[in-house]
Design a binder for this molecule. Sequence first.
Ligand SMILES: Nc1ncnc2c1ncn2[C@@H]1O[C@H](COP(=O)(O)OP(=O)(O)O)[C@@H](O)[C@H]1O
Ligand SMILES: [Mg+2]
Length: 345
Amino acid sequence: MEKQEKEREGIVHAETYRAEDDRDVTLRPRNIAEFLGQAKIKENLTVFIDAAKARRESLDHLFLIGPPGLGKTTLAQIVARELGADFKVTSAPAMDKPKDLVGILTTMKKNTVFFIDEIHRLKPAIEEMLYIAMEDYELDWIIGQGPGARTMRLPLPKFTLIGATTKAGNVSSPLASRFGISFRFSLYDHADMEAILRRSAGIFNVSLDDEAAALLAHASRGTPRVANRLIRRMRDFALVDGSPSITKRVVANGLERLEIDALGLERLDRDILRMIIERYAGGPVGAETLAISVGEAVETLEDYYEPYLIQAGLIQRTPRGRVVTPFAYTHLNIKQERLNANALF
Ligand SMILES: Nc1ncnc2c1ncn2[C@@H]1O[C@H](COP(=O)(O)OP(=O)(O)O)[C@@H](O)[C@H]1O
Ligand SMILES: [Mg+2]
C-alpha cells in the first residue's frame, strides 16, 4: 500500500509521523525543561552535561535506545544545544561508503555533537572506522588499492557521538561498548502523556478539556509522536465541527473516525491480535510469519506495533513466538474457548 493511501485509510505508519515532525518543528522541545517525562534520563543527563561543561571536556558518547517517537532525536538536539555545541546529523542507512563518514568527521570541531540515527544499520567498513574515531579520536582510512594502497591517519577533535536505535539487540558489542553513557527510553505514562498533550495544545493555541486530555492520553500509546499527531487531528475535527475547544465529545468522535479505540489501538493492531487468535489459535507465532500474515514489514511490527501491544498487556513475547493474553480476547470481545476449539479443525 502507498503511504498516502495508508494515511487516508487511517492506518498510522512510523514514516507518516516522521513527515509530520518535519512539518511541525514548533512542537519539538528545545531544552531539558521542555522535554517532559523520562525523569531518570533527564536527571542523569543533566549531571553529565554539567560535569562535562565544568571540566571543559566533551561529553562522553551517548547511546539512546527505544521505540520510535519517544524523543531520541529531540534529546540529541537538546544535548547539543545545552552544551552550546555544533550539531551534525545523519543516519546509518544514509552512509553508503566510508568516505561518507569521512566527509562528516573531517568537518567536526571540538565538542561537536554528531548524531547517527538507526545506528544498528551501519555497514561493517563504516562501523570499523567509527570505532577508531570514537575511541582514539583518529581517522584511519586506506587510499588506493593493491600494493600501492596506503593508510592515512588524521587526528580528530574531541567530539560526542550520539547513536540512536530502536534495536539495541542488533548493535554489535564492540560498538555498544564504546558508548560511555546509555539511556533506554520507556513508553511514557498517562500523566506524562497528558502533560505533553497540554503543552502541544498550548503551542497550537487551542483549548483542551481535562476529560479530553485524559482520553487522548490513553489513546496515545505512550508515545509523544502519536500524541502530537492525535492533537493535530482533534484540532481539525474541533474546527470543522465548530467546537471552540477540544472536548471529550470531539475526541470520542474523532477517535472513532480514525478507527482508534480507547486503548489507542489502530486497525492494524487489531488485525495483528485477530490474526494471532483466529489463524494461530492465540499463538505462539513467530514475528516473521505474523508480519507476512498482516502484510507489514517485520521491522514495523517489532518496532512500532509490538512494544505498545506488550505494554498494554495484550500480547506477550515468548521464546516460541508471540502469544495473545486473555485481555486481548476481552478487549476484542471474542470468546476464548470457542476459537480454541475451532482451531483444532
Ligand atoms: N519528552 C518529550 N516531551 C515533549 N514532546 C516530545 C518528547 N519526546 C518527543 N516529543 C515530540 O515527539 C516527536 C517525536 O520525537 P523524536 O525525537 O523525533 O522521536 P524518536 O527520534 O525517538 O523517533 C517530536 O517531534 C517531539 O515534538
Ligand atoms: Mg528519531
